[in-house]
Design a protein around this ligand. Structure first.
Ligand code: IPD
Ligand code: CA
Ligand code: CA
Length: 269
């Protein structure tokens, strides 16, 4: 595969500084809301949203617009915003792990990715509770608070700790991932569900998990984590083993070594 085209190094530096700045601003909004309170609305019975989701997204967009007013933006809450420069798109999940956040379970993050010419080239994920900042740029490696990240070396599925998630339509859709969950629970060392897909990808990058799969994700869940995991040496595909696109719903992400074993289990669906 040929190396993706990249912006100049000075533009890359500006993109990174802006993403970091936006993540910090959003992180402090979430921390403040977690301490001082927030309002909850229900999109449907299972899927909720808080005013902190909206305020975080607004703050991220304001920071981006100051430096890059012409870029396109895709945010979970506000949808797509056009821009006169079609080469760049920012992909934002202002609060990944909303259900956790609303219950006071401290596993959530801000996720900010940048696409250049339709390829994700930059990812920043901030967990404000632990003050863990995951970041990566294509070709530059992945980092956690400045320390380089590397995926685990777990060689086989029976030694692997996996993570997954379930979509909000779990009560009404037959494609609810429970079949895969039970198969992996019987073959891996363990399976977890954290409720934040962006952090799941970062945790595979950090070697805390060996693999992750999920069925019905959105571009904002994975845009940043994809770059972070690839730069940490991981492999990310769809369920057929084709390189992953953030516009496809299904993802398998791993340390590479257990990837084929994971695909074998998912092919039995
Ligand atoms: C959700 C989380 C969760 C995953 C869901 C996502 P949200 O995002 O990433 O881990 O299982 O599929 O929708 O709604 O908290 O931003
Ligand atoms: Ca999300
Ligand atoms: Ca969200």
């Amino acid at each position: 595969m040929s190396a993706p085209a990249l912006p100049s190094s000075s533009v890359r530096a500006q993109l990174k500084a802006t993403a970091l700045d936006a993540a910090r601003v959003a992180g402090s909004i979430l921390t403040d809301a977690a301490r001082n309170g927030f309002r909850v609305e229900y999109k449907d019975t299972v899927n909720l949203v808080t005013d902190a989701d909206y305020r975080s997204e607004q703050a991220v967009i304001e920071v981006i617009r100051k430096t890059f007013p012409a870029h396109r933006i895709l945010g979970e809450e506000g949808g797509a915003q056009s821009g006169s420069d079609p080469e760049y798109q920012w992909v934002i999940d202002p609060l990944d792990g909303t259900t956790n956040f609303a219950h006071g379970f401290p596993a959530y993050c801000v996720s900010i990715g940048v696409e250049y010419r339709s390829t994700c080239i930059l990812g920043v994920v901030l967990d404000p509770t632990r003050q863990e900042l995951f970041s990566a740029e294509t070709g530059q490696g992945a980092f956690l608070n400045g320390t380089p990240l590397q995926v685990s070396r777990t060689p086989t599925l029976d030694r692997a700790l996996l993570v997954t998630g379930f979509a909000y339509d779990i009560r009404v859709s037959a494609q609810n991932n429970l079949d895969n969950f039970s198969r992996f629970a019987l073959t891996a060392q363990g399976v977890r569900r954290t409720g934040t897909a962006a952090l799941d990808l970062c945790y595979v990058a950090a070697g805390r998990f060996d693999g992750f799969w999920e069925l019905k994700l959105h571009p904002w869940d994975t845009a940043a984590g994809l770059v972070i995991l690839r730069e940490a040496g991981g492999r990310v595909t769809d369920f057929k083993g084709t390189p992953y696109s953030i516009y496809e719903p299904s993802i398998v992400a791993s340390n590479g070594l257990i990837h084929e074993e994971m695909l074998d289990i998912l092919r039995r669906t």
